[in-house]
Ligand binder design. Sequence first.
Ligand code: WTA
Length: 678
Amino acid sequence: MSDETGSVSEAEIAVHWGEEAYFTPPESFVAQANLTDRDIRKRYSLENFPNYYEDFANLLSWDRKWDKLLDSSNPPFYKWFVGGRLNVSYNCIDRHLEKYRNKTAIHFVPEPENEHIEHVTYQELWVKVNEFAAFLRDKVGVKQGDRVTIHMPMVPELPVTMLALARLGAIHSVVFAGFSAKACAGRIVDSESRVLITMDGYYRAGTLLDHKEKADVACDEASAEGQKVETVLVWQRYPGRYSSPTPLKAGRDLVVNDELPAFRGKRVAPVSVPAEDPLFLMYTSGSTGRPKGAQHSTGGYLSYVTWTSKMIQDIHPDDVYWCMADIGWITGHSYIVYGPLALAASTVIYEGTPTYPDAGRPWRVAEELGVNIFHTSPTSIRALRKAGGGNPEKYNYHFKHMTTVGEPIEPDVWKWYHKVVGKGEAVIVDTWWQTENGGFLCSTVPAVDKMKPGSAGPPIPGIHPMILDEDGNRMPAGTGKAGNICIENPWPGMFQGIWHDPDRFVATYFTKYNKNPKSKDWRDWPYFAGDGAMLAADGYFRILGRIDDVINVAGHRLGTKELESAALTVAGVAEAAVVAAKDDIKGVMPEIYVSLQPGVEANAAMAKKVSDAVAKEIGPIARPRKVWLVPDLPKTRSGKIMRRILAAISNNNPDTGDITTLANPEMVEQIQKIHQAG
Ligand code: WTA
């Protein structure tokens, strides 16, 4: 476990959760489930690798079948379905038209409760995607392979934009709308985007936010870093009305809703791309300051999310499926947009805050739309529970299936989710995976495996995880000890690499446990996930949390280095160290310890400046719970900041470990006093 970031404390808490009793999947669920084969993991054993991945690819419509299922000649760079060609928007829309033309593809729920819910049928989605793709191609000049940055909120125009780009074979890079202009700029620069697609405004917790403002700042910042954005496309939250106080910039900005009428009736043939062409980039935090662009493929990615959506989410075309994540994160890409639409389901997009205007909102939406599959994070579940739960029993909805994702879920919270939200009727899957993985890696198969609160469960069929100790030895099941979870085999959903940075890809995910960098055998290249985990005697994995310099706040990954460098932008700040502090709702939250330059006064205004700088540089989700102004940070004699000690203090853990080797051991007591004084 890390001794630097404080994630050790989170892990320790999880390790001490006791073993829980199993819950059995309800018969009614099993009777209708897509996957009931109890031998599935035997069929998908390593002896049969990689052939079983044909089943995944066979869920898609290919323009040309692959010649080679897996090319593993250059590990850890793998090519899946080599020679195959397909188009993602065809698979998510066109192929459903014959049977499901009039079926709802997207239910859009605006945050203001007095606005009508919009139901977009597959036919309508097809028309919108075609017209927008024609506009992108013919007016904006977007071509196959171009990268386009999207900074949009939770509105149906977001999947329309993604699918239109995919139709053209262009690569999208969606930036979470809550991220700052600066974060958006960094992603524009790294992906070399010439086009930015945004929206004028959107609702969040009752306020219509000005979102266009961020596009202007992002373009200025990007151009200062050498990447000029030539075109900004602005969707209108209310078509026909511009809802932002920020003016349009002539020559650069185009209002999409004004342009589209010229493309009415235009159709764009889906560009048939090689399976290995990238579909999108998704930036995620790592242990250095620079977010990395996880590059996902077309054929492998779509096969993987479609199979897992069908078998683990148990999505049928008749289901109304609601994942409350944001499309700006990987969960939203895989399990709001691509997986559900590839299966012709109806997917719900909710614009706003789940507890707005009250905690009953999700249940009113579920009742009104007949949602029967529900997917959210432990943070949202904890927030709903704290807000009193919103009385789910008052609303007439029935979930057959519920998902939790993004963080470890406490067994108590799991049981509340099961009993109160699921009314004791729903099966639950606790799905563990990461941005880099494309789709789920560990989860129960809902009709086959029993549920165990607090444990993600066995591997997804076909995935072969193992727990390795620091020296690379495989740890047996049932020891009660934690180690590093790794995946033995490649899988089609796994990212192809970090955009423009193959060395960082190898160094971050493979070097730790690769014994021979020249080896051409995939067995020598286990994927190192960066999570601590335990394997129980029953084969269930319990994920304990990050072991690197990443803090998982409300299921969102934040790099401690990113927060620290944001704090250092404040004049007068000398040094900054970020730690993860346990939080009742969000799992953990960042706290920042800051030392000031000589002569700078430590006061509340200064602490606020640091906090504001972090929110501005990264986004409000990164705002620290507390900024501690301290005379100096505890350091080793070689000058290394001891974050472990600060984490113990933030978590009210009296055991700060051995401090005798510090250069300034007296600091520990002083900081403890500052902490106690609040
Ligand atoms: C954590 C989100 C415990 C984990 C899909 C991982 C989880 C990081 C779970 C990835 C889970 C995700 N139980 N921890 N079910 N799911 N995590 O890239 O630490 O935003 O490494 O992907 O979230 O976060 P990311």
